[in-house]
Design a protein around this ligand. Sequence first.
Ligand code: HMG
Ligand code: MG
Length: 298
Amino acid sequence: GLPTRVRIHEVGPRDGLQNEKTLVPAAIKAEFIRRLAEAGLTTIEATSFVHPKWVPQLADAEELMRLVDDVAVRLPVLVPNERGLDRALALGAREVAVFASATESFARANLNRTVDQALEMFEPVVTKAKDAGVTVRGYLSMCFGDPWEGPVPVSQTVSVSRRLLDMGCDEISLGDTIGVATPGHVRELLDTLGEAGIADDRLAVHFHDTYGQALANTLAALQHGVTTVDASAGGLGGCPYAKSATGNLATEDLVWMLDGLGIETGVDIGRLTATSVWMARHLGRPSPSRTVRALSQK
Ligand code: HMG
Ligand code: MG
């Protein structure tokens, strides 16, 4: 069966913009977040407290958090280490995410660490965040395939997921960072996680649309029992440290499918599309989302 309601974890302002070469002013990012909230999104990942040299686009994290202080939705932020967590807590963050990798190659590229060293770096972050009453998401990248290592064994993804949960993460977001997953692989991973005692209600799915599989994979995950789905308004995004990572699943494509299935999201697709068209105009190129294109040409 399918769920009656899905929680969309909107990642456009963070995952969507982190790869943009031209710096987007903090005021535009704040307006983007405000409009997304007005369109009905209730969880909007705002930014990352990472090293500014690693992701220059998000170097304005402090300024941005001050600008969206009054936006009354969940505004999670990424933190790789204690330095990042302290910066986020100082700004009043109530929800953070650490970001691990199922593969050694991506752990090295994204965090300058081995998988084990990255998990060691996260441990005090998760403990300190939980002590402060802050919700912690654990992202897990390269759950299906890796640009350097090829297909990723399910057992490898399950093992790092387990370690993130044991550390205290409230939720794991399974990332198909380069978009190579197909629905059978999604079912196999979710089945194996279930057998390892990791139920669908602790999981979110994070698909990229590189091979046009993001919606099919999402449907497979929903049929399995997952009810939290990551998506990026207008299909913005990619990862600066993973070659061949293209846009995330577009939130509009997701909402179009869920609306059609009668699954509640609370999102107004018209307002959302208008927001993505506005953002695309600011970035100077059209949204890659088929739904945005179809609805904005009407
Ligand atoms: P490092 O170079 O190993 O850092 O980078 P370090 O720990 O050796 O510290 C070096 C310097 O950085 C020190 O300063 C630290 O204070 C400073 P110095 O003493 O030399 O002046 N520093 C910081 N400054 C500000 N904020 C911080 C911070 N931490 C250290 N938080 C590090 C290690 C983790 C910092 C670096 O690798 C990094 O920032 N990586 C982030 C990369 C990133 O954001 N990638 C994209 C997000 S993941 C993703 O997109 C995947 C996802 O979307 C899901 C999917 O699709 O798969 C989530
Ligand atoms: Mg991503």
